[in-house]
Design a protein around this ligand. Structure first.
Ligand code: SF4
Length: 377
């Protein structure tokens, strides 16, 4: 299924690429980033697996013949065949451009998968994972967040047709619901009743929450039914956390985590998995390894590092800067902390993922300053 595709060179100034073979967990294709003939940097996401970063750097004669750089833009990556679902595969270039399957790939995939309810690869009427942004409002004003910018207006989604929405999601075969977007779900009046209804409807639930305030008993009942809870925690240092995220108490976060687990025990439910997400900045980068150590001690089972988007200055606020603006000694310390964090998490079998671009930017900055890039290998 899905032989080597005929490729045509696109406009040189545009990122381009395709998935041209998907078979038994082996995904093949090619990609080129706008304005770069260097190997393209890709992030692959499949189902709820941790993202994989890869380079499209293999030579393919048809690419060279089509004028796609020097032809060194192909990739092939094998995922575990068991549980592999092409419909839940997503490949993006570092600039966010999504790779689509070629028509030949779709035709081959259709031929091999005669499932009548699937129209085309990545054009499925079935939605397995859905992110549901019930609100854009938040009870915090983190210094680096768009929510803190003047003019930002948060709003709750109109949930009057909640039952109809839930029925539609079930009809589409949604299995996993991430009940958050940009805002904080726990600010919605009666949010916990929505969660209980979604759990009752059989969805596997996930949430990102700031855990800024202590949850009430009825809210703990709901939170205990969410299998995967990602808590936004940038640093384990209480004062610094308060300075960055404002109005956040690390004690509340840890209390909520413990109370949710205890509530799950009381209800006879599997305890939720807790992940911590950290927006990486110059303020938290140098002691990232200690942060991971602290999180592991608190029972965190996954870490997610987000790249900082720098919004305009806020009055009277020490704005976090991108970690790569650190002076040489701080930058090297950050690279060493990342490496140490990788070892710490690997030793415990805990995933540590980072958004595309962060590590590349770090490597590029180390190289630009003539500092040893091995620290960010
Ligand atoms: S908790 Fe999240 S959404 Fe709210 S202000 Fe902070 S970063 Fe923004």
């Amino acid at each position: 299924m899905g032989g080597e595709a005929v490729v045509e060179a696109g406009p040189a100034g545009r990122s381009l690429g395709f998935i041209d073979d998907v078979r038994d967990g082996l995904v093949k294709g090619w990609a080129r980033e706008a304005g770069r003939d260097a190997p393209a940097r890709l992030t692959l996401r499949h189902a709820e697996d941790p993202p994989i970063e890869l380079l499209a750097d293999a030579f393919r004669p048809d690419l060279a013949a089509a004028g796609i750089g020097q032809g060194r833009h192909a990739f092939a990556i094998r995922l575990p065949a068991a549980g592999f679902d092409p419909g839940r595969l997503e490949l993006r270039l570092a600039d966010g451009t999504r790779l689509r399957p070629t028509p030949e790939c779709i035709a081959a995939w259709r031929a091999a998968n005669a499932a009548p309810d699937i129209e085309a690869l990545l054009e499925s009427p079935v939605t397995r994972v859905l992110h549901w942004e019930m609100t854009r409002a938040c009870n915090l004003r983190c210094t680096y967040c768009a929510v803190s910018q003047p003019g930002y207006a948060g709003a709750d989604m109109d949930l009057e047709d909640f039952e109809a929405l839930v029925a539609a999601l079930r009809a589409r075969g949604v299995r996993t619901l991430m009940v958050n977007g940009h805002g904080e779900t726990t600010t919605i009046p009666g949010w916990h009743r929505r969660i209980l209804a979604l759990a009752e409807a059989g969805f596997a639930l996930g949430i990102i929450s700031n855990f800024a305030r202590l949850l009430r008993p009825e809210e703990l009942d709901a939170m205990a039914r969410i299998g995967s809870i990602q808590v936004s925690v940038d640093t384990h240092r209480p004062e610094l956390l308060r300075a960055i995220r404002r109005r956040v108490d690390l004690g509340n976060i840890l209390l909520n985590m413990t109370a949710v687990r205890a509530r799950a025990d009381a209800l006879g439910l599997k305890r939720p998995d807790f992940a911590w997400s950290c927006v990486m900045s110059d303020q938290v980068a140098p002691d990232f390894a200690d942060y991971v150590r602290f999180g592991l001690a608190a029972g965190v089972t996954a870490f997610d590092v987000c790249n900082l988007t720098r919004y305009p200055d806020l009055e009277g606020v020490a704005m976090p800067e991108h970690a790569t603006t650190l002076p040489d000694a701080g930058l090297l310390r950050f690279a060493a902390a990342l490496e140490e964090a990788r070892h710490l998490t690997a030793a415990r079998g805990v995933p540590l993922s980072s958004q595309a671009g962060l590590l590349d930017t770090l490597r590029l900055e180390l190289a630009r300053r003539g500092l040893p890039a091995a620290a960010a290998a």
